[in-house]
Design a protein around this ligand. Structure first.
Ligand code: NAD
Ligand code: UGA
Length: 493
């Protein structure tokens, strides 16, 4: 039988808010604290500050009942057994994570600890943060017997955050004491014991009462490293496929076929092998940098992570150069930018490749018409509408009279375009797709010149024929002994 635990979650961002409503959904009593007063007001008045599937329903179900929102951290800490820290850990100048938000929260917690509390690192933090939190609490004179600090990294993805939280691949708990591990096991019991999945209104997903979530207990250091290493490994997969994609393109191969062929190896798997503009978002870029910084501090050579970063940055230039190759010059060219969020299904634009590309196009004198199903309000805050940038109300309005349509985010709506309608809207039928949402043949059949990532372009025009000829000559030079770059498998004639 699962027991209710009183929980305080500090931070009501993508992780804090999702964790708070999911703990409430699991039957716990939750107080979610944020020092952003307007945000807390919005939450208390029924608003939903971020776009996330299932979040509005769960908030409506639990707000004011199992989950309450407040700015009063002290009171929330006093009434809770477990305190989850879910504030931002952005990248600092050296690449290291900036832990000042975490430290600020810990010093506030210190003032309110009375009886035993488990303090949980939910934010992504470097190894030994656990020890630092203990040290800060000691400095504030907190009785060492009145708390334990545990690491419980979060692996949710934006866009599928609620499903990921309630149906996790794994729950990792880095605990130094049995009493802290026991509190964490009680909190996750509805998922690990399966009782949550037996409820009639449980959110469906990969876990079930028969196959409940798995919880792994490790040391705090191992748990902290599991989080950094997981994100770094996923980023590495993406950079790897992008590097292979650039090679594929140089030899007229198709990265989509290659990724399918690689991914069928069960040791590799098909996920995170989508070539494109590279990874963005508030986590992979900063976590790869922070993990590299950790390795450097420990005198461990982990240059691989620097290569992952470099390949990722290059992808944005690769795409930009494709736009230049397709359009020659950019000043005064009208371009539709489909997508502003860092990936589909989110309104988050932090470190979005799409935003960076739009900025670069505007700097080059292009006239951009942007559209994103959910991220336009946030985009307007950093790229306000101007003479050269407008925000369209739908895809086809964005495409109207444009010299080319650029696909920058993998929203489903962009993968299912009405291609006839699109062709009628544009000035020239050119689509430059940074997310490989279409088969080149389909675009060709609909009369588009189609340029994508890691695949040969499909051209409608004479210039395209010239590009094809160039690729053919490159191939000739690689298989002809005269070039001095004879491939090992080239026929010996
Ligand atoms: P976020 O910026 O969306 O939210 C952080 C929240 O903390 C903000 O609402 C902010 O007002 C609040 N906050 C800051 N200082 C505070 C204080 N002193 N008291 C109370 N509230 C305070 O950040 P996020 O995307 O939710 O990420 C939080 C952490 O979780 C980061 O370490 C991140 O790396 C990690 N993480 C994020 C994701 C993700 O998909 N976004 C997934 C896994 C882990
Ligand atoms: C990622 C991880 O997937 C989560 O497990 C982790 O909890 C989270 O970071 C975090 O620590 O914050 P998220 O950033 O929400 O989640 O998004 P992902 O779906 O992982 O995508 C990240 C970026 O990689 C996006 O820009 C996406 O477009 C790109 N990507 C992803 C690719 O370019 N190719 C792929 O095959 C997959």
């Amino acid at each position: 039988m699962s027991e209710k635990v009183s929980i305080c979650v500090i931070g009501s961002g993508y992780v804090g808010l999702v964790a708070a409503v999911c703990f409430a959904e699991m039957g716990h009593r939750v107080t979610c604290v944020d020092n952003d007063e307007p945000r807390v007001k919005t939450l208390n008045e029924g608003g939903v500050p971020i776009y996330e599937e299932h979040l509005p329903e769960l908030l409506a179900k639990h707000r004011g009942r199992n989950v309450k929102f407040t700015c009063d951290l002290g009171a929330a800490v006093r009434r809770s057994e477990a305190i989850f820290i879910a504030v931002g850990t952005p990248q600092g100048d050296s690449g290291a994570a900036d832990l000042s938000y975490v430290e600020a929260v810990v010093s506030e917690i210190a003032r309110s600890i009375g009886d035993y509390k488990v303090i949980v690192e939910k934010s992504t933090v470097p190894v030994y943060t656990n020890e630092w939190i203990c040290r800060v609490l000691h400095r504030y004179g907190v009785d060492p017997n009145s708390f334990d600090v545990v690491s419980n990294p979060e692996f949710l993805r934006e866009g599928t955050a609620i499903g990921d939280f309630l149906h996790p691949d794994r729950i990792v708990v880095g605990a130094g004491t049995e009493s802290a591990a026991e509190v964490m096991q009680r909190i996750y019991q509805p998922l690990t014991g399966g009782s949550y999945y037996s409820q009639p209104n449980a959110l469906p997903g990969a876990c079930s009462a028969l196959h409940p979530a798995k919880l792994l207990v490790t040391s705090p250091q191992s748990s902290e490293i599991i989080k950094h290493a997981s994100n770094a490994f996923l980023a590495l997969k993406i950079s790897f496929i992008n590097a292979v994609g650039n090679l594929a393109e140089a030899v007229d191969a198709d990265i989509e076929d290659i990724a399918a062929g690689i991914g069928l190896d069960s040791r590799i798997g098909p996920k995170f092998l989508r070539a494109g503009l590279g990874y963005g978002g508030s986590c992979f870029p900063k976590d790869v940098a922070a993990f590299h910084w950790v390795a450097q501090q420990c005198d461990v050579d982990f240059q691989l992570l620097e290569e992952v970063r470099k390949i990722n940055e290059t992808q944005r230039d690769v795409f930009y150069n494709k736009v230049l190759s397709a359009l020659w010059t950019l000043r005064g060219k009208r371009l539709a930018a489909l997508g502003l969020a860092f990936k589909g299904d989110t309104d988050d634009i932090r470190d979005s490749p799409a935003i960076e590309i739009v900025k670069k196009l505007l700097d080059a004198g292009a006239l951009v018409s942007g559209f994103d199903p959910e991220a336009m309000e946030r985009s307007k805050e950093i790229l306000p509408p101007s003479e050269t940038l407008n925000y369209a109300s739908d895809i086809y309005e964005a495409a109207r009279d444009t010299d080319a349509v650029l696909i920058l985010t993998d929203w489903k709506a962009f993968a299912t375009l009405d291609l006839q309608r699109l062709k009628q809207a544009v000035r020239f039928p050119i689509v430059i797709d940074g997310r490989n949402l279409y088969k080149p043949q389909t675009m060709l059949e609909h009369g588009f010149t189609y340029v994508s990532m890691g695949r040969p372009a499909s051209h409608q025009d004479q210039l395209g024929q010239a590009a094809k000829q160039n690729a053919r000559s490159r191939r000739e030079s690689m298989v002809t002994p005269l070039s001095g770059r004879c491939l090992p498998f080239a026929p010996s004639t």
